[in-house]
Design a protein around this ligand. Structure first.
Ligand code: GUN
Ligand code: ZN
Length: 451
């Protein structure tokens, strides 16, 4: 095999972001190429540009023609719970009842490593079917669930972030650890997985309610000992949750102050929800550069509240966007943008489709500090790429007949798109969608057996 035999060229319409565009006049912020190509080799992007130029670089490359579809960096989901794949769409409760009635009982099933392994495979297949190539996940309290998650991710060569939930109170006994065991288990999992292939570890105290002060203290020690790991938790999602947290931590100035007091706030900290914030908490976010994460489908589903995107951005706080499965109601980052648009509408804030697609690609990658690896189509990036079809359903095709601009097409994808609009998803250059060559037969088999 010659050198050029190993090159693959994807042809299609290309959209890539350099910064967050406010609208389509902000042409410095993105590049759009009508007849474009991406050259791949060894799981990396070697070049992106006009088809004529790129094909000249590697005349013998094998060409996959995706025209007239759009090629973009793979989507990034910055807050999701993999043990909740069978919790999604559970009726009638707000946060604390929802956790006690549905979520905690379900997560106890992950004590069985075989169950964790089966769910992890299903979860990752669902992500790639929906165009998501990187996610930041909460695993369950059981270390075996973390092993399952990273093992399945490694099989797919996916860049995934995750960690064992630390929780030592206010949950069923079968779902609690202790400060010491949570420290020991997290430490061992960091040694085993962090930096292995494309895996990154996230130190994961679930939230203030399910951790004693002793556990948050030991979580703070982990953060100090492993400054290159991510940290994730929940913040100010729901009024009852905030009131209960104040009862449990009467000396803290506010909810964020609990995490602050234990040294958890760093630029690598992801704070799911961050809805009902005081002005002091907003000051602390701006100072520490900890990152709020907007979870629109979840916030609407649980009736939690409206995330103040413009207010936080106005203070220079970079935020991320995510599904929050299983309180979130869709694996699709397109549907997440759809609901996000509506949450912002309710506050008279705007989400332009170009900014929206930047958010789920480069924007989320920047929040994670990984934009040199994922979230763009820049030379040298990992070849995580999504192929989008804005005519995927009859309703979309009909609407597209009237679309005249790229922004209109993107908005149709944002409002009407889901996994049907994902024509293909490449992870490190390998196509993932089940009905294509390259699908893993064992994953299909597992799905059939579970059905
Ligand atoms: N707060 C603590 N745990 C959870 C969870 O699993 N989902 C959501 N939405 N909020 C939480
Ligand atoms: Zn969550």
């Amino acid at each position: 095999m010659t050198q050029t035999d190993q090159y693959t060229l994807l042809r299609g319409r290309i959209l890539d972001f350099h910064a967050a565009p406010q609208d389509e006049t902000d042409t410095e912020a993105y590049r759009y190429i009508e007849d474009g190509a991406i050259l791949l080799a060894g799981g990396k992007i070697k070049a992106t540009g006009a088809f004529a130029e790129i094909v000249a670089l590697a005349p013998d490359a094998s060409i996959t023609d995706h025209r007239p579809n759009l090629l973009m960096a793979g989507f990034i989901d910055t807050h999701v719970h993999f043990p909740q794949v069978q919790v999604i769409a559970s009726w009638g409760a707000q946060l604390l009842d929802w956790l006690n009635s549905y979520t905690f009982p379900e997560e106890t099933r992950f004590a069985d490593p075989a169950h964790g392994a089966a769910m992890a495979g299903q979860f990752l297949d669902l992500l790639t079917c929906h165009g998501t190539t990187t996610a930041v996940a909460y695993c369950s309290v059981h270390p075996a669930s973390v092993d399952a998650y990273f093992t399945e991710a490694a099989q797919r060569n996916m860049c995934m972030i995750g960690g064992k939930v630390m929780m030592d109170r206010n949950a069923p006994e079968a779902l609690t650890d202790t400060p010491q065991s949570s420290y020991d288990d997290s430490k061992a999992l960091i040694a085993k997985w962090h930096g292995k292939g494309r895996a990154h570890y996230a130190i994961t105290p679930r939230f203030a309610i399910t951790s004693t002060p002793e556990q948050l203290e030991i979580a703070g020690a982990l953060v100090t000992e492993h400054p290159d790991c991510f940290v994730q938790t929940h913040l100010s999602e729901n009024h009852d949750e905030i009131a209960y947290t104040a009862e449990l931590y009467p000396d803290a100035p506010d909810y964020l102050g609990v995490y602050e007091n234990y040294g958890l706030l760093t630029p690598k900290m992801l704070l799911g929800h961050s809805i009902h914030l005081t002005s002091r908490e907003i000051d602390v976010l701006a100072e520490t550069r900890a990152k709020p994460v907007f979870c629109p489908t979840s916030n609407l589903f649980l009736g939690s509240g409206l995330f103040d995107d413009a207010g936080l951005r106005g203070r220079g706080i970079q935020n991320a966007i995510a599904t929050d499965i299983g309180a979130g109601t869709s694996y699709s980052m397109l549907q997440t943008l759809n609901e996000g648009y509506k949450v912002l509408q309710l506050q008279n804030q705007k989400l332009h489709p170009l900014r929206a697609f930047h958010w789920i690609t480069r924007g989320n990658a920047e929040v994670l500090g990984l934009a040199d690896r994922i979230g763009t189509l820049a030379n040298g990036s990992d070849a995580d790429i999504v192929v989008l079809n804005a005519r995927a359903t009859p309703a979309m095709a009909l609407r597209m007949q009237r679309a005249q601009t790229l922004s209109e097409e993107l908005f149709i994808l944002q409002m009407l798109g889901d996994d049907r609009a994902i024509e293909e998803t490449y992870v490190a250059g390998v196509p993932q969608k089940r009905d294509h060559a390259g699908a893993r037969p064992e994953a299909v088999q597992a799905a059939l057996q579970l059905a």
